[in-house]
Write a protein that binds this ligand. Sequence first.
Ligand code: FE
Ligand code: CA
Length: 537
Amino acid sequence: MEGRLTSGHFSRRRFVAGAGAAFTAIAPIAAPSPIRTAVAQSWRAGNPFSLGVASGAPGADGFVLWTRLAPDPLSSNPETPGGMSGADVALRYEIASDPGMTKIVRRGAASAEQAFAYSVHLDVAGLEPGRSYWYRFLAGDAASPAGHAATLPAPGSAPATLRFGFVSCSNYEHGYFSAYRHLTGENPAFVLFLGDYIYETVEQFRPIVRRHSDGVEAATLPTYRNRYAQYRLDPDLQGLHAQVPAIVTWDDHEVQNDYADKWSETFDDPEQFLRRRAAAYQAFYEHMPVRPIISRPNGPVMRVYDRYTLGDLIEISAIDGRQYRSRQACYAPPNKGGGHLETNASCPERLDTGRTMMGFGQEAWLYAGLAHSKARWNLIAQDVLMAQLRRKRDGIDAFWTDDWNGYPANRARLLQHIHDAKVANPVVISGDIHSFFANDLKLDFDDQSSPIVATEFVGSSISSYGPPYDPIARVLPDNPHVHFFDSRRRGYVLVDLTPDAMQVQMRAVSDAHDPKATISTFKTFAVEGGRPGVVAA
Ligand code: FE
Ligand code: CA
């Protein structure tokens, strides 16, 4: 268990064997079998590694290596996902200590699982902490591109610096993924995906630069699979995954806009919606470098939340804000599905302390982890805006019911716990709202004298259109804990961390409609160690 994720009630035994099972040379494919015959034929028809490779879920002694065999990645035949058919396919893999893949440190066998669209989730252990590795997969006569992976710093070590990025909301139809390309070029240790990695929708009204290829709202396993495949064919996203380890959680659009647990935005029968959720979660699993031991889906249930510890420098809790949440307050047909603005008078239910965004089980897991953390910094990576945002409905103060403003009791429990447990340097990072924000998180947002207990940064969107600027800019005087807001630029956030300070650069692309967009720093902030809250940098 040493050094890997600290969360576990799970057996740490990996299905990947260690050095004892390593190949000394790449064995030629043995006697033909029906499976391998089918594979060899399909390779002649296309590149089985069309969707690239990815590494993720890093630990101090390993990581997950991902690929998915898809010689026909956007196959319209639901019986042959990615153009594949037949039983599981045997692959081999190589891990090297150099980018040229000349110093092989591990070779072994892996399996592309028919049940999961011929994806591979290779959970590797037993490597050295705090260093880079390079890897590739081999299937028949085909080799994948080489990817880069890295182990986390050893437990008890004291990293002097760390650079990472966080991203959210990449709508393929709304723009190109230049932001992903530029983030790759910044050489972050890892990238945190905070949700809306795909959009299930088809844009009806606003300008688009390219189409979701099947032209339908994703709602079934084949249509979700095609969405992920299309996104992964994008060279900027594929390039990011090949070079930068990923830590992932999700938001709503991986399933349906503004869903909550088994509650659809569109008032679907919950049993029917759970079948849709199961398909969406399975497609997410099939395309993400997540640990099978934690995340392999079971019907509509899939765990994505987890904890990552980087020596004494930082502990990251990546949490799930969708699967376990209470239904949005004052959710009622015919027109109040999903998020809406409610006043205290119109919706007292919003304030009910029995409501939760995280689910009480995940809340307990997070609070215990934060209380036990020995890290200098504690990052909570999650999907939606946490700071209070007092808005207006017909001139009266109102709150959006889909983000943390719809779950103020859960927010208060979390911030009270951070305060009481004296959690060191807590920082929350968020997505969903397609805007940059820099916020102080206060124990009581309505009391000027209340202490600041944590800091929040929100990372705009990779390409999704932002909300209208003026209505939110107008209410900023009612929200003095919001230091910065802008919804007019697309991009990501780059964080440079030392034991003493966090530097935060909001990076914006010149134009998300330009596939060759350039990048620049739009705004810079900092957090000083030992002093929660946003400071100018
Ligand atoms: Fe979004
Ligand atoms: Ca969202």
